[in-house]
Design a protein around this ligand. Structure first.
Ligand SMILES: Nc1ncnc2c1ncn2[C@@H]1O[C@H](COP(=O)(O)OP(=O)(O)OP(=O)(O)O)[C@@H](O)[C@H]1O
Ligand SMILES: [Mg+2]
Length: 557
């Protein structure tokens, strides 16, 4: 993760340089006090006005560089967070449903809370640690130059404060990793409950859901409390140890002054410098729990970023023989999960420009079959080929370019109709968009609205049938070779479903359509009807075939 965080080396080293300059100036600042005391005691002779002006200029430069240091630090963190979010989104895009089983909420937690946690606590505090190590090293060099013996004593006195947090490291790690996990669970729960809020409200189950949220909220608080307790205890003890170190330097200095081995000015520098040593040590105690918690989150993000995206890389070869004969060919393809057989020895050929209906009882394996066709899952035995190539080895983009997919509920993004069709690109002209909408049966709708009409997933401007048509228009724009429609008409008014099917069966392109409802026109026009029963093809043929009629009758069609 660190390598990722400092991937912009130029920005990182610029910040380090400014940080080094700032800390050097702070150490020099300690000597200003020595100068003032020496002048006051008459040991050094300076015009007070000149001295005052000089100090003022030094102060202005020092504080401005301090400001710049802070600004560069903030910028570095902001840029890093932005890069990290981008990488997480990129990975979420590449992972297929097979390679991760995260809920949307968990992904949201990663891109928001956990990214902040990593950047603020892990990276931000590590950067602070760098500052403090500069400060400690420079203060040490300065104190050694003044008096090596006292420096050694100060270092020895500081040791307990430095060692203490490490003694608690295990406790701190456990408690902060519990917080990280709980944040994921909490965000997941909230996303889930908020997405289902209308359902909960109408079922008058809103109160129960709020209670569910409260439970999750309470758990998060409990973990945070344990974490806060341990880090505060660690901080309290360190504060005491650090104060002991600081006051010891003053007492030691006073003894040295009494014995005439040091003057007053030197004692002040000394004590100030020892503050530069003890303050960072105290800060380190505060920082370490944060770094641990941030590190826990970083480990989780790295795991996610490095998860096998299982992307096929083989390009799809588009030869002359592409598709006309066999778009898909399944040979004895079987699929099982946890030794439960879901698809059994499927032999199937799907041809371009042909229209297929896939029917079968609920749970017979229809959706699983489409996942096999798209290479989302690989067969446990047998083969699934697209254009004679194993589909699950093919580059995703090549498959998605050729095969259009529409599921039961086409998603509507918050944005204009144009954006929903273009999918946030600027690919298609007005006339192309209008034509596709007309083709998908939305010409009338478009007359009453426009391409700039704002819609969303909750929008009432689109009925169930219209949102399916919008999703269809989105597909038509992209000129696929073959389509897969999974329960396209489920839940639609039979008349709307019939007109949608009529339009589909009038188009030139071939498709595989999964349906639960009977529509005479569709069944008559289908080139082939495939009946799936308990993961096996029980019949295959056109509507005239006796076997098909028999199987359909079993399904009450
Ligand atoms: N990853 C999986 N883990 C466990 N079981 C699975 C998995 N994928 C599919 N199944 C099971 O396989 C069976 C077939 O599921 P599938 O979704 O393909 O059915 P379907 O024919 O599309 O049903 P429906 O008509 O209800 O959509 C179901 O019993 C389902 O629970
Ligand atoms: Mg299904």
């Amino acid at each position: 993760m660190l390598r990722f965080l400092i991937s912009d080396k130029k920005e990182f080293f610029r910040m380090l340089l400014v940080r080094l300059v700032t800390q050097t100036m702070y150490v020099c600042w300690a000597f200003v006090f020595q100068l003032i005391i020496n002048v006051a005691q008459g040991k050094q002779h300076f015009d007070l006005f000149l001295l005052g002006s000089g100090i003022l200029v030094f102060m202005i430069i020092m504080d401005n560089i301090g400001g710049l240091d802070n600004y560069f630090g903030l910028m570095l963190k902001l840029h890093t967070a932005q890069r990290l979010r981008a990488a997480l989104m990129e990975q979420a895009y590449h992972l297929t449903s097979k390679s991760y089983s995260l809920s949307v909420g968990e992904l949201v937690a990663k891109v928001t809370k956990q990214t902040d946690n990593v950047v603020e606590n892990y990276y931000g505090q590590l950067l602070l640690l760098v500052s403090y190590s500069f400060q400690i090293s420079l203060a040490m060099i300065a104190t050694i130059s003044l008096n090596p013996v006292i420096t050694l004593v100060i270092v020895l006195l500081s040791l307990p404060a430095l060692v203490f947090p490490f003694l608690l490291k295990k406790k701190l790690t456990t408690s902060s990793s519990a917080v990280v996990k709980q944040i994921d669970r909490y965000t997941s729960r909230v996303t889930d409950l908020l997405s289902g809020l209308p359902i909960l409200k109408f079922a008058l189950a809103g109160r129960a859901a709020i209670k569910q949220h409260q439970l999750s909220n309470q758990k998060l608080l409990a973990k945070q409390q344990v974490n806060a307790r341990w880090s505060s205890f660690s901080l309290g003890v360190s504060m005491l140890l650090s104060d002991l170190t600081y006051i010891s330097t003053w007492i030691l200095g006073a003894i040295m002054v009494q014995q005439g081995r040091m003057n007053l000015g030197q004692m002040v520098v000394f004590s100030t410098l020892s503050g530069y040593l003890s303050y960072p040590l105290l800060e380190i105690t505060r920082i370490i729990p944060l770094i641990i918690s941030g590190h826990q989150a970083a480990v989780k993000l790295v795991e996610f970023l490095q998860a096998d995206a299982s992307i096929g890389t083989v390009p799809l070869l588009l030869t002359d023989q592409f598709l006309p004969n066999k778009v898909f060919k399944l040979q004895s393809a079987s699929y099982e999960v946890k030794q439960q057989s879901i698809l059994k020895k499927i032999n199937l050929e799907l041809k371009l420009n042909k229209k297929y209906l896939l029917v079968g009882a609920s749970g017979s394996g229809k959706t699983t079959l489409t996942k096999l066709l798209l290479g989302e899952i690989a067969p446990c035995s047998g083969s699934v080929d697209l254009n004679r190539q194993p589909v699950n080895k093919l580059a995703r983009k090549d498959i998605y370019q050729q095969i259009g997919l529409l599921l039961q509920r086409g998603h509507v993004f918050s944005g204009t109709v144009r954006e929903n069709l273009n999918l946030f690109e600027d690919r298609f002209s007005n006339s192309e968009l209008e034509q596709a909408m007309g083709h998908a049966g939305l010409a009338e709708w478009l007359q009453q609205h426009s391409l700039e009409t704002m819609v969303s997933d909750q929008s009432s401007l689109l009925s169930g049938g219209e949102r399916q048509r919008l999703a269809l228009a989105r597909l038509f724009l992209r000129n696929y070779q073959f389509y897969i429609f999974d329960e396209l008409t489920t839940g639609l008014d039979p008349r709307i479903a019939a007109s949608l099917l009529h339009d589909l069966f009038s188009m030139k392109m071939g498709f595989l359509l999964i349906t639960h409802s009977f529509n005479l026109e569709a069944f008559q026009k289908a080139d082939q009807i495939i009946v799936l029963q308990h993961g096996r093809i029980s019949a295959q043929g056109n509507y005239q075939d006796e076997k098909i009629k028999l199987e359909l009758a079993k399904l009450n069609f």
